[in-house]
Design a protein around this ligand. Structure first.
Ligand code: PGA
Length: 242
């Protein structure tokens, strides 16, 4: 498997390295694939700092996010659209129409997934995709069992995912039951991928993704089939592989 793996001793070094990986790919015309969640928050902070220091400009890039909850308006602070504004877009010079994320407010989520998929193939595929990983091995919201050839679709979130994401919602029951996600097929089209994982809760998913035969039971295992993957882990997430 042709991947590069680095384990970081401090969160600061991890976040900086992730931001530098992205920054090296921020160039006019680039299409970047972004992820949400707790893991990349520090990476976005570092990217905003690089922009503030005049070292990078997002003026001529376009971005695609992986996923969004069905039923949340982009203005809802718990939406991933709000997450991206809060953690990155309000701090940098990206054009308002240059970033893309499925709309959780679309009246017909299936139609919205189809629209987002068309847009992805029109403007993409992405040059550089940042990914987190779920404790169950999901990438984007492609939950275990998702066929590798799936494109953008509406997904029923697993209880494990709703539990893991309960924070801003107060309880797992309050986490939207469905989401729209780029499919594994879209993700695999990216020219380069950066997979990020922090914390012991990710160690087993990382171990299975890298050590088991690729298969839909562990969606991230598909990355073994991608030609250009970089993996950044903290020491806890690396527990099963180093
Ligand atoms: P996290 O989510 O960064 O909040 O752990 C990652 C994921 O579920 O893909």
């Amino acid at each position: 498997m042709p991947y590069t793996l680095k384990v970081f001793e401090s969160e600061e070094a991890f976040d900086r390295a992730a931001a530098e990986w992205v920054a090296a790919r921020v160039r006019p015309g680039a299409v970047l694939g972004f992820a949400t969640g707790n893991t990349p928050v520090g990476m976005y902070r570092q990217l905003a700092a690089l922009h503030r220091r005049g070292e990078i400009s997002f003026a001529a890039v376009r971005t695609f996010n992986l996923d969004e909850y069905v039923g949340l308006d982009p203005a809802d602070p718990r939406s991933y659209a709000a997450y991206m504004r809060e953690h990155l877009f309000r701090w940098v010079d990206i054009a308002p129409d240059a970033w893309h994320i499925p709309s959780g407010a679309a009246p017909d989520p299936e139609e919205e997934a189809a629209r987002y998929d068309r847009l992805y193939w029109e403007l993409g595929p992405v040059d550089a995709q940042v990914l987190g990983i779920g404790g169950n091995g999901h990438i984007g919201f492609n939950e275990p069992g998702t066929p590798f050839d799936k494109t953008t679709h509406v997904v029923e979130l697993t209880w494990q995912t709703r539990l893991a994401n309960a924070g801003p919602f107060g309880s797992p029951e309050a986490v939207p039951a469905r989401a729209i996600t780029l499919g594994i097929r879209n993700i695999m089209e990216a020219r380069e991928i950066l997979l990020l994982a922090k914390g012991a809760a990710k160690a087993e998913a990382i171990r299975r993704a890298l050590r088991e035969e690729p298969g839909p039971g562990v969606p991230a295992s598909v990355l073994q089939l991608h030609p250009k993957v970089t993996i950044y882990l903290d020491q806890e997430a690396a527990g099963g592989v180093v």
